[in-house]
Design a protein around this ligand. Sequence first.
Ligand code: FMN
Length: 197
Amino acid sequence: MDALQAIYTRRSTRNYLPAAVEPEKLDRILEAAKQAPSGGNNQTNHFLVIRSREVIQNLIEMTEKAFAQMDIAEDTYASLKHAIAASKKGGYVFCYNAPVLIAVANRRDYGNNLADCACAIENMMVAANALDLGSCWINQLRWLNEEPALVTYLRSLGMKENERIYGAVILGYPATGNGLPNRHLMAQKGNEITYID
Ligand SMILES: Cc1cc2nc3c(=O)[nH]c(=O)nc-3n(C[C@H](O)[C@H](O)[C@H](O)COP(=O)(O)O)c2cc1C
């Protein structure tokens, strides 16, 4: 698959098989993350690669607890509104049972933290598609990136004191009939282009 094909056919996967991701594939995806551009070539992304079911389960429970304590306002972002409502109900699982969750931390005091994280996550998602893996951006740990209990827990996993999570991605084999990512081309209705010649 060439680069453009991998970009055009990358779609979010929200249903995974329990099968583990081979370490060789994971290494190649993380190399794609490391090769992403960064502001001033700072290279301060810190990838927390979580394969432990127990740790993922702890994050699910802590996330649900934090969301359940939040209030929904009229102007609450729709996806966040859903997370809060679902958590209050119970049983909210933000990472779709994927076997790998990569949380991307970066320095709190660095102005390009979110941009650098986004470049790395996009590289990982495109690389995953090229390697027949599904992926999906996961934003809950970013929304809750100052939540004290989660910060403490992530610190215990290796996040540094001056770091916070700016995004995350899940990876795994899609639970589709043939185990391959759903690569349908999606007609894009937004994303305006203005040519100035
Ligand atoms: C910044 C950002 C945050 C996102 N957060 C989530 C999320 O928390 N959960 C989720 O299921 N999808 C999330 N997505 C995936 C989008 O919903 C998805 O990319 C979009 O609907 C387009 O579909 P596609 O990825 O299949 O092309 C996120 C995407 C981006 C870029």
